[in-house]
Write a protein that binds this ligand. Structure first.
Ligand SMILES: [Zn+2]
Length: 84
């Protein structure tokens, strides 16, 4: 009949984080602490694509909610050396 919901188990181990131990991430440009999600698109060249066609790949990143600046730490690490 009645459903029993056990909520005790969820509270076994909580991560203990002291806010004072955390480092603020701020916009490099305007020092805002607010960020919003946005997407970058990368193009996978036809040569590398399994389908043999140029493919667009979305990458989710964060940008400053105030000025739109994207900190370098949020940028995906795609700086691979181009081998020839
Ligand atoms: Zn900013």
């Amino acid at each position: 009949m009645g459903k029993e919901i056990n909520i005790n188990q969820a509270q076994d181990e909580q991560m203990q984080i002291n806010p004072n131990d955390l480092e603020d991430v701020v916009c490099n440009k305007c020092s805002s602490q607010c960020f919003e999600q946005t997407f970058l698109f990368k193009k996978l060249s036809a040569v590398l694509s399994p389908s043999g066609q140029e493919t667009m790949i979305p990458l989710q990143i964060y940008r400053c909610a105030d000025c739109g600046h994207i900190n370098e730490i949020f940028l995906p690490k795609t700086s691979q050396p181009i081998d020839e």
